[in-house]
Design a protein around this ligand. Structure first.
Ligand SMILES: [Cu+2]
Length: 120
């Protein structure tokens, strides 16, 4: 009887831990250039997340309107919640898609997403 109470308490604890871990997934908060924005060719692309990232496993890539990958030079951000990189050559006018993968450093959970911005 005593053991089952402990087991029950353990199960509840695991459930609570599971819920708090789920909240630690890294969400994209904002970026420069901003999603859906149109502006000058950016010297740097920076993504800001809700959680600290395991940077080794977190990255993003950039593709032009034809789907061709644009080479990026990683620009190491001192901010543990940000990823940054610079286009290897100036971006031509057009629409670009950022595809990101982020791994939260606290629980190792992976999130991903895409957004677009345009260069005029
Ligand atoms: Cu998580």
């Amino acid at each position: 009887m005593g053991i089952s109470v402990y087991r029950m308490a353990g199960a509840v604890l695991l459930l609570l831990l599971g819920i708090s871990a789920a909240q630690a997934h890294a969400r994209l908060l904002n970026a420069e250039p901003a999603a859906q924005s149109t502006g000058e060719a950016p010297a740097k692309i920076q993504l800001h997340f809700s959680e600290e990232l395991a940077k080794k496993f977190s990255s993003f890539k950039l593709a032009n309107a034809s789907g061709v990958i644009v080479p990026l030079t990683p620009a190491d951000s001192a901010d543990p919640k940000s990823l940054a990189a610079s286009p290897a050559t100036a971006l031509m006018p057009g629409q670009y898609t950022v595809t990101w993968t982020a791994v939260a450093s606290d629980d190792g959970h992976k999130t991903s997403g895409t957004y677009v911005f345009s260069v005029k």
